[in-house]
Design a protein around this ligand. Structure first.
Ligand code: PEP
Ligand code: MG
Length: 549
């Protein structure tokens, strides 16, 4: 029995066998073709047919959105133009793997150049190419493994495309060596209600296929080869947590009745049903860039109006906070971030990128104003990465010019907390993005497993900035919410409320646990816990101090 630790995402526990995600294939060698070109051509043809058949079978089993994605991939494997191109390359002396790899790369470049929908499909070709080359090489295809038995997926990290094809009936938990608690892998795991532990140092050296493991997301631990007593204890704890999560759905409040609205983070209208079911009192963060990740040209006003109206319609009479496009760093958008930057997290991202392409921002605000008029949701619009009062004034002025009623700023850059009083004179509200606020306060890349320990919103430096924002909000009489992943940690949610935060927004799957925890403390107790955490000298000490009686 051996235990590893990382950063937990969610509160669940899973007990199952480990299944490892294959590493991506190394590119083929440039060795010239030594075999007969016609025979190699036949071998590639067979590999393509087998990959297409495999993708079709997966598509039929997957259903829903994943089915369409996989069927499209199967068609890409059957395209006769690919096979013709492979033949030309074989005749030119390339080996079979290299010829296939390059044929797909040329096809991908062609689609990218076409722009629009075709360009969005270009990256899917890489996955097909990897599958075909894996078959030629006689090794397992990369991508999410398939199993008839439930399993714990162990990977270096997962791409969003991998999670699209995850079989949720079989995948009980995710464990990754890379990635921090706020990486988008973690966010996706949370949105699918999968327990996960990320940033587990030494994971890939320790975990083997078929090994039994316990994953405890709340504790942030992975126990490999647990004994039977540990397994029994984990199963009992799992039952207890499931029972707590199914308590009645009520509006968020503290034990003394102080309301703390609990809102949902969404990426599109598809996330709305889960949010409504979890009792979300509205949307605290609609990440609009999720709709356009992969697009090579800016979406039209009409496309955007339709997408935003869909989301707003799902929350009649409720507050919906929409963030304008947050392009750059971990969420690049080709039509907003075209320059190469050494440090994209410190580059032209968020409001900076939008200002540099103001027509794109104007189009988005126009579409949001149209959605506001078309629905009876209470629309709030905010900009990411606002640093100071001048940027706030710029965005608020533009928002009002476009007819928006409530315009605010996200607090993600530490300077905004230091200048919170000035910013709240101008903004109608502030929403704290603790993921980026932590990244920038601690100078720790949120996507890097090796610094995941520093990427901890419990750090008193981050909590002190939250307090500055909470105090400024109270003085100005304006709302200050939290929409970063910190809001989804029940113990931290209490501390945030104690620091003056007025609402919490999180993945729908986290709402039940946060609701249950808030109901156990009064406002006074929340403030006491916050004061103890603020006085601590490390994230771990803050966690322990808040928990101490
Ligand atoms: C954040 O930074 O906390 C946030 C909510 O935005 P994102 O995670 O999308 O960067
Ligand atoms: Mg952010």
């Amino acid at each position: 029995m051996s235990a590893l630790s990382g950063v937990g995402v969610g509160r669940g526990i899973a007990v199952a066998k480990v299944l490892r995600m294959p590493e991506p294939l190394a590119p083929p060698s440039d060795e010239p073709l030594e075999a007969d070109a016609a025979a190699e051509h036949e071998r590639v043809r067979e590999a393509l047919a087998a990959v297409a058949a495999d993708l079709d079978a997966r598509a039929a089993a997957a259903g829903g959105d994943a089915q369409a994605v996989l069927e499209a991939a199967s068609l890409m494997a059957q395209d006769p133009a690919i096979l013709d191109d492979v033949r030309t390359r074989l005749d030119g002396g390339a080996n079979a793997e290299r010829a296939t790899w390059d044929a797909y790369a040329a096809f991908r470049d062609m689609l990218t150049a076409m722009g629009g929908y075709m360009a969005e499909r270009a990256t899917d070709l890489d996955d097909v190419a990897q599958r075909v080359v894996a078959r030629l090489r006689g090794v397992p295809a990369p991508g999410v493994p398939v199993s008839d038995e439930p399993f714990i997926l162990v990977a270096r990290d997962l791409a969003p495309a991998d999670t699209a094809t995850l079989d949720l009936d079989k995948t009980l938990a995710l464990v990754t060596q890379d990635g921090g608690p706020t990486s988008h892998t973690a966010i996706l795991a949370r949105s699918k209600s999968l327990p996960a532990v990320v940033g587990v140092v030494g994971l890939l050296a320790a975990a083997a296929d078929g090994q039994r493991a316990i994953v405890d997301a709340k504790a942030g631990t992975v126990v490999l080869d647990p004994d039977d007593a540990s397994v029994a204890a984990a199963r009992a704890e799992r039952e207890m947590r499931l029972a707590a999560a199914s308590a009645p759905v009520t509006p968020g409040a503290l034990a003394d009745g102080t309301p703390v609205p609990l809102m949902a983070n969404v990426g599109s209208a598809k996330d709305a049903p889960a949010a409504v079911e979890a009792g979300a009192e509205g949307v605290g963060l609609f990440r609009t860039e999720f709709l356009f990740l992969g697009a090579s040209t800016a979406p039209t006003v009409e496309q955007q109006t339709a997408a935003y109206t869909d989301v707003l319609r799902a929350f009649p009479g409720k507050k919906v906070v929409v963030r304008v496009l947050d392009a750059g760093a971990d969420k690049p958008l080709a039509f907003l971030n075209d320059a190469h930057e050494e440090n994209p997290a410190l580059g032209l991202r968020g409001i900076r990128a939008l200002r540099a392409s103001e027509q794109i921002l104007r189009d988005q605000l126009t579409a949001l104003a149209a959605a506001q008029e078309a629905t009876d949701a209470d629309l709030f619009v905010m900009a990411p990465m606002i640093a100071d009062r001048e940027e706030t004034e710029y965005f608020v002025r533009l928002g009002r010019e476009m007819g928006l009623r409530s315009v605010g700023a996200m607090a993600e850059v530490p300077s905004i907390a230091v200048l919170a009083d000035q910013v709240l004179e101008v903004a109608d509200f502030v929403s704290i993005g603790t993921n980026d606020l932590t990244q920038y306060t601690m100078a720790a890349d949120r996507q890097l497993g090796s610094v995941a320990a520093l990427q901890d919103p419990w750090h008193p430096a981050v909590l002190r900035l939250v307090k500055m924002l909470g105090d400024a909000g109270a003085a100005a009489g304006k709302p200050v919410g939290v929409c970063g992943e910190a809001a989804a940690d029940p113990a931290l949610a209490v501390v945030l409320v104690g620091l003056g935060v007025t609402s919490l927004s999180m993945s729908a799957s986290a709402i039940a646990d946060v609701r249950a925890e808030l109901l156990t403390v009064t406002r006074e107790e929340a403030r006491e816990r916050a004061a103890r955490a603020l006085a601590a000298s490390s994230a771990a000490a803050a966690r322990a101090a808040a928990a101490a009686r």
